[in-house]
Design a protein around this ligand. Sequence first.
Ligand SMILES: Nc1nc2c(ncn2[C@@H]2O[C@H](COP(=O)(O)OP(=O)(O)OP(=O)(O)O)[C@@H](O)[C@H]2O)c(=O)[nH]1
Ligand SMILES: [Mg+2]
Length: 210
Amino acid sequence: MDSAVSDPAPAELLEAEEELQPWQTDRSRAPVATKIVVAGGFGVGKTTLVTAVSEITPLQTEALMTQASAGTDDLSATPEKTTTTVAMDFGRITLDDDLVLYLFGTPGQQRFWFMWDDLVRGAIGAVVLADTRRLTDCFPALDYFESCGLPYVVAVNHFEGTERYEAEDVREALTVPDRVPVLIMDARQRIQVIESLLALVGHALDATPE
Ligand SMILES: Nc1nc2c(ncn2[C@@H]2O[C@H](COP(=O)(O)OP(=O)(O)OP(=O)(O)O)[C@@H](O)[C@H]2O)c(=O)[nH]1
Ligand SMILES: [Mg+2]
């Protein structure tokens, strides 16, 4: 007797199978999703970094800066800057098909630092951006990640036209421990940002117990 419910035709099965991505069928290649925080002082290039590397349109929470913040926010290093992040930046980048990094940029202004505790929850590590013209601005971020034990790397966002320092000089100036990678990069250059993120992932894997 014929069955009331017919089996799907082989062609239909094939079509359904074709829609599957490799990581859906191969458990050993299931993508790993990780959260990474991008921190650093005011106007150091956090939003620029997330925007440069994100494969999705980044979520931004930029607000126009007004004359009211002139006494608080030092724009001498970035005179072109007209907006500031008031909540967070969010972007995503997939590396090698099976490593998905979700990037969360922090607000730089001191009055928004209370959000950091929420932003870092669940993160595997942080990139601390630094500008050698205002190195001290990244001390709060360094102190924060040292005290909470989150692995981090220091990425010096080198603005062209400013003096270029060696990574080891920056390490000494900031008294960054030897175990922490220090890199010189440009937050606008996708490849250099990816290299910094890979350095962080590698460092986080080394620093985190199995
Ligand atoms: N020349 C140059 N300009 C840069 C570089 N990185 C960022 N900028 C510029 O510097 C300014 C600051 O960049 P943002 O990315 O907004 O900095 P931010 O750290 O997100 O700032 P806040 O969120 O306000 O703390 C912008 O005008 C950028 O275009 C760089 O490597 N070189
Ligand atoms: Mg920003």
